[in-house]
Design a protein around this ligand. Sequence first.
Ligand code: SF4
Ligand code: F3S
Length: 107
Amino acid sequence: MTFVVTENCIKCKFTDCVDVCPVDCFHEGPNFLVIDPDECIDCTLCEPECPAEAIFAEDEVPEGQEIFIQLNADLSKKWPVISEVKDPLPDADDWNGKQNKIELLEK
Ligand code: SF4
Ligand code: F3S
């Protein structure tokens, strides 16, 4: 099993999740983070840390967001590892909770 970053991370990227991951399995794109399913050890630590509540266990991904399971797998092979917390994106608080952000995902 793996954990999965879902839509509400887009344009927020708070990065609190990165601080607790013991195996550095987060990868960073321009406005979104993903988890490498081959590296995640299912420790559950990141899930409660995300201010946007964007992280779910693979089998608890909300209905309609299943596409993010494959997106995490694919984009984690392409994007570099992020292992240190950084500032959220500008206006992250405004974007937290907005719907249909997948259209804004920069790959
Ligand atoms: Fe990292 Fe654990 Fe979260 Fe997996 S569940 S991404 S290992 S913190
Ligand atoms: Fe994204 Fe939440 Fe991490 S917004 S960067 S999954 S703390």
